[in-house]
Design a binder for this molecule. Structure first.
Ligand code: PEP
Length: 254
């Protein structure tokens, strides 16, 4: 049985004070969530604040990015061991905003994922196609290449610790969610590729869906056989709405 993992990607939102206020409101709402891994990925500036706020809770901390280098002259970057130092359990790599706005390549994503894993930070590796790629029938080919290349440096004996996030770019922040059938179809393809690449570990790897997940659609998405959780942007900024997603509840808070 794969344990679902529900992660909040706050992107460039929330000051330290706002992160603290979120934690104070959110933690009591999810203290009974025993069956899922709950993860918060704040901006780097709020990692330290949240790290303290989450102490003693079951909620995990994540980074939104990382540098693949150990240390050195890399102005503005953050090394994996600095994330470990702050208590990060997970790290998002290859989010489509990093790929499209900052030109991040599969090769860089692969190096970042491997660097995280070597410091025992579990990578959440994002993949997904554009609307044009979907409409021209390239979804499987595009996602297949992203997967193969972004996971190329993962040691097979560690693969089960890697999370893949399938995030169709056309569904991110647009309010357009992939239907459960569309999402499951791609997740099943991803599962097959993971089995080909990593053998039995491919069945243990968790595959999140991301793209306008909200309380009203979380339950049906999470009910699909190969959807093992969600990566949530907009609807994760509000403690009430994100807690409803964590509980896979229907609602209208998003
Ligand atoms: C994301 O940024 O990873 C995301 C899925 O955003 P949203 O939930 O807002 O579509």
């Amino acid at each position: 049985m794969r344990r679902p993992v529900i992660a909040a990607n706050w992107k460039m939102f929330k000051t330290t004070g706002e992160a603290q206020a979120f934690a104070e409101a959110f933690l009591p709402l999810v203290k009974d969530a025993q069956e899922v891994d709950v993860v918060l990925a704040p901006p780097a500036t709020a990692l330290s604040t949240l790290s303290r706020a989450l102490e003693g809770s079951a909620v995990h901390l994540a980074s939104q990015n990382v540098c693949a280098e150990e240390e050195g002259a890399f102005t503005g970057e953050i090394a994996p061991r600095m994330l470990t130092d702050l208590g990060c359990r997970y790290g998002i790599v290859g989010h489509s905003e990093r790929r499209t706005l900052y030109g991040e390549t599969d090769e860089q994503v692969a190096a970042k994922a491997a660097a995280l894993l070597s410091h025992d930070v579990l990578p959440i590796v994002c993949v997904g196609e554009t609307l044009e790629q979907r409409e021209t029938g390239q979804t499987f080919a595009v996602v297949g290449v992203q997967l193969q290349e972004s996971l190329a440096k993962i040691p097979p004996d560690r693969a089960a610790q890697v999370v893949v996030a399938y995030e169709p770019i056309w569904a991110i922040g647009t309010g357009k969610t992939a239907t459960p059938e569309i999402a499951q179809e791609v997740h099943a393809m991803i599962r097959e590729r993971l089995r080909e690449q990593f053998g039995a570990a491919g069945d243990e790897m968790r595959i999140q869906y991301g793209g306008s997940v909200k309380p009203a659609n979380a339950k049906v998405l999470m009910g699909q056989p190969d959807i093992d959780g969600a990566l949530v942007g907009g609807a994760s900024l509000d403690p009430e709405s994100f807690s409803q997603i964590v509980h896979f509840e229907d609602g209208d808070a998003a």
